[in-house]
Ligand binder design. Structure first.
Ligand code: ATP
Length: 320
């Protein structure tokens, strides 16, 4: 192993830069040269490589987003696209690739490893935390804290105006953010994609609170809740039950911002672990952290197995 490349793929997540920094520094420490690939798999196909030195990754550990940009690529979902990407790596004598991203990115990584024999290591980074094989993904802790901060502010308004607020947080198919933000903010109800949501029960809860003189309520709803998200729930509350509510969709604000300490540390550990995996011939694989220990799994495990939400937290969460 002499030359490696690193890219960020899928949705951006706070801590991606800390991970890029760790990869480059670890590579140089091991006597390897390191290149960055701009625009994820798209840049891999189009040959957007930049050689890195230590100076190039200084002062980025605290920055959100990705200095390599992140992107999605349809071409990489084709055999021809992946063959072109592999050619670009070989032309530059790059013998190891580190992919920072989520499940979709790992599917692509697995495909190029199988078809083209490229040594790839996946580093889980997505605010959704929906990657099996690691307790946390890079970016999740920051996203939860950003969302929680917003909900705390909304609570002040909800209390002052005695209103019901439904706050939608990110999570198309996973309720990790909604569950922790709901418990952390002391929400009256939490709506998750993993559990059936009963809007009539929610209406009964709100009505009972109003009868008891508690006119403000905070409901946390994952965007992937099977009822169709916060707007759909608010609409049903109004049309079926005659209950008025305000909707706030937090959206992309949850993606940005400076990573928390936990995300910076996790990104640093996993960046180092990815280079270590390449150097010790463990690729293709993904790296993760489980119970504070660095682990390696086959890439396919990350989407074959479904990561479950915290069952202990579910016991005390007001799920509706
Ligand atoms: P996030 O969870 O933040 O959305 P992700 O890595 O799951 O991150 P995706 O958009 O699903 O994000 O995937 C990123 C890229 O990975 C896609 O644009 C595509 O290039 C590649 N990819 C996804 N699925 C496949 C697949 N089945 N085969 C090959 N490549 C894929």
């Amino acid at each position: 192993m002499k030359r490696i490349a690193v890219l960020a793929s899928g949705g951006d997540a706070p801590g991606m830069n800390a991970c890029i920094r760790a990869v480059v520094r670890s590579a140089l420490h091991h006597g390897l040269s390191a290149s960055g690939v701009l625009h994820g798999y798209r840049g891999l196909i189009e040959g957007e490589f930049r050689e890195f030195s230590t100076g190039d990754v200084s002062n980025i550990i605290q920055r959100g987003g990705s200095i390599l940009f992140s992107a999605r690529s349809e071409a990489f979902q084709t055999v021809e696209g992946r063959a072109e990407a592999a050619r670009n790596l070989r032309d530059r004598s790059i013998d190891g690739l580190i992919v920072i991203g989520g499940n979709g990115s790992f599917r692509g990584a697995d495909a190029i490893a199988r078809e083209q024999g490229i040594a790839v290591v996946g580093v889980p980074a997505t605010i959704d935390n929906d990657v099996w094989g690691t307790d946390y993904t890079i970016g999740y802790d920051t996203a939860v804290n950003t969302a929680l901060d917003s909900v705390d502010r909304i609570k002040d308004t909800a209390a002052s105006h005695e209103r019901v607020f439904i706050v939608e947080v990110m999570g198309r198919s996973a309720g990790f953010i909604a569950l922790e933000v709901g418990v952390g903010s002391g929400a009256e109800a939490i709506l998750l994609p993993e559990t059936p949501t009963d809007v009539s029960a929610l209406a009964a809860l709100i009505t009972e609170r109003i009868l008891n003189g508690r006119r403000s309520s905070i409901i946390i709803c994952a965007e992937g809740d099977e009822n169709g998200g916060a707007r759909a729930v608010a609409s049903e509350l109004k049309t079926v039950h005659g209950i008025d509510s305000q909707v706030t969709v937090l959206g992309h604000v949850q993606r940005g911002g400076s990573p928390t300490t936990s995300d910076r540390v996790l990104a640093s550990k996993l960046g180092w672990a990815a280079v270590d995996a390449l150097c010790s011939g463990a690729a293709p694989c993904m790296v993760g952290e489980v119970s504070r220990r660095i682990v390696r799994h086959p890439l396919a495990d990350s989407w074959t197995f479904v990561k479950e939400i915290d069952t202990e937290l579910v016991k005390l969460a007001p799920l509706i």
